[in-house]
Design a protein around this ligand. Structure first.
Ligand code: NAD
Length: 518
């Protein structure tokens, strides 16, 4: 126990705490969605392991926070190098663990995992605290490391989603305790080894394996956690927010979706059909998927005919094979949930134009790409996230709307016009409404993981060369140049909440933006 061989790759299935592998008395069985066979027995952590990991991360925090940004960036780049060296191992393990396509892991997902670290390492040098001159005072914004960050993430893109949170947290000078998804826990364990080999100090990155309701719940509720970064379902998001809210721990929630894909009559139909068929990517287990195809009436018939032809040609099968377009769903439990949505929709009058059941030739967890027409407006299948290869189609009438006008009226975190899945890591990412709280990407990530601080310097009364000397305001004239932020120094961190209460009670902002005693 403690080690598994997955596709010939050795994976340590214990926790990673304070730079050591740590076992638990209990384990859980990790199955492969490809054939539902056991892959590994994984340590089943709970309150005790979480407490140990948070303590290790807390002890490592002052040292990592005090590491200069350039030093942190160098380690993050070394982690990216390590990921790039192990793309094949990571891809093989992740495909067996979560059933996503091996070719996607090799070509785009794992390179993006490395890029998550490179991007935030480099963005440290781009953070620009400005430097406003107001009434003879200078204001300088900086990003101070916040503390121990909990990262709780799902199985549909395990390492990509985890590192999208872990990398900015580490870049900001925080230490991390990650709780990987129990349905695909293995790549996080490989990442732990990569961070060690890259020279990340012990305790800066920790992994506690286990179930959500045990390890996850204990982590979200831990009083010594300074930030909770959660990606997952809205239902779990509510529990996380409530647990963290009890101690006012800031939370970033990246939750589920039910996005539309709008096709106007004047669209390039080939392009639209291609993007629509692309929504079956990852067997539909994508939070951003545009699963509601809304097509303008005059092209509804043509679109449907072209779409069903294109989708029927998609090849479903073993995700390890190069020719496969759609693999299995994650578990039998999840498959039953997906099938339940389809069955209830059909019972309520929806018509399957494609699929509608498990693939009869493949069996197992391979659910056919499905398209449902004629669903009742407001019905479950049009309003609830299915998270499987199930799309609905509806037509609408109206004038040929302008993309800008429609986009402006959509309540959404991202709107793609004539494209899909295009994302610049500098841009804000996050959902509206039940799809999440908070934005990450570029400086938005540092705004969450750090304690953003505005320091106001009086124009006079400082020793030459001191923090508020005349030399320092140069930052305000150097927008866009690498500034001396974020803070490298360990922050004097008052009890959370206390500083906010104090400033609210004793200060107010003056009309000219100069802080005054109230
Ligand atoms: P989930 O909410 O069930 O689980 C996500 C993580 O939370 C897992 O690590 C799980 O162990 C943990 N967890 C479960 N219960 C918990 C609890 N009570 N306390 C603390 N942690 C707990 O989600 P899932 O089924 O793993 O993932 C699918 C969902 O994730 C979908 O809704 C999907 O849309 C969403 N998702 C969102 C994004 C995004 O960026 N917005 C990306 C991918 C997936």
């Amino acid at each position: 126990m403690g080690e598994a061989s997955v596709a010939g790759v050795a994976v340590d299935t214990r926790h990673w705490i304070g730079g050591r592998r740590v076992a638990s008395p209990g384990t859980f069985t990790d199955l492969s969605p490809i054939d539902e066979q056991p892959l590994a027995e994984v340590a089943r952590g709970g309150e005790a392991e979480v407490a140990q990991a948070v303590q290790a991360a807390g002890e490592a925090f002052p040292g990592w926070a005090a590491t200069a940004p350039a030093g942190r960036a160098a380690v993050l780049h070394a982690i990216a190098d390590g990921i790039e060296r192990r793309i094949e191992d990571l891809s093989q393990v992740e495909t067996r663990d979560n059933g996503s396509l091996l070719r996607s892991h090799r070509r785009s997902v794992m390179p993006r995992v490395a890029q998550n670290f490179r991007f935030f390492a480099d963005w440290l040098g781009e953070l620009d605290g400005g430097g406003l001159e107001i009434s003879g005072h200078r204001e300088q914004v900086s990003w101070a490391p916040a503390g121990v960050t909990a990262v709780i993430t799902p199985w549909n893109a395990p390492l990509m989603l985890a590192t999208w949170r872990i990398a900015p947290a580490l870049a900001a000078g925080n230490t991390v305790v990650a709780k990987p998804p129990e349905w695909a826990p293995l790549s996080a364990s490989l990442l732990a080894g990569i961070t060690r080999d890259a020279g990340l100090p012990d305790g800066v990155f920790n992994v506690v394996q286990g179930l959500g309701r045990e390890a996850g719940a204990a982590l979200a509720a831990h009083p010594d956690v300074a930030r909770v970064a959660f990606t997952g379902s809205a239902a779990t998001g509510r529990l996380i927010a409530a647990a963290a809210g009890a101690q006012l721990t800031p939370v970033s929630l990246e939750l589920g979706g039910k996005s539309p894909l709008l096709v106007f009559a004047d669209a390039d139909l080939d392009l639209a059909v291609g993007h629509a068929a692309g929504q079956y990517d990852n067997a539909g287990q994508v939070c951003l998927a545009g699963t509601r195809l809304l097509v303008e009436e005059p092209v509804g018939g043509d679109f449907t005919a072209r779409f069903t032809e294109r989708a029927a040609a998609l090849r479903q099968g073993d995700p390890r094979e190069e020719a496969t377009d759609i693999g299995p769903n994650i578990t039998r439990e999840h498959l039953a949930r997906v099938d339940g949505f389809v069955r209830r929709a059909v019972a309520a009058g929806a018509r399957p134009l494609l699929g509608g059941a498990v693939n009869p030739a493949l069996g197992g967890l391979y659910y056919q790409p499905t398209l449902l027409a004629g669903a009742e407006p407001g019905s479950e299948i049009l309003t609830e996230e299915v998270f499987g290869p199930v799309l609905t189609i509806q037509t609408f009438t109206g004038d040929t709307g302008r993309a800008e006008r429609v986009s402006a009226r959509l309540r959404a975190g991202t709107v793609w016009v004539n494209c899909f899945f295009v994302r610049d890591l500098r841009a804000p990412f996050g959902g509206a409404g039940l799809s999440g709280i908070g934005r990450e990407g570029g400086t938005w990530s540092f705004d969450f993981y750090a304690d953003v601080k505005n320091t106001v310097y009086a124009g006079q009364g400082w020793r030459a060369g001191g923090a508020g000397s005349n030399a320092a305001p140069a930052v305000s004239r150097r927008r866009g140049r690498p500034p001396p932020v974020p803070d490298g120094a360990p922050p004097a961190r008052p009890e959370r909440g206390a500083s906010r209460r104090a400033s609210g009670a004793t200060h107010h902002e003056g009309g000219k933006g100069v802080e005054q005693r109230g």
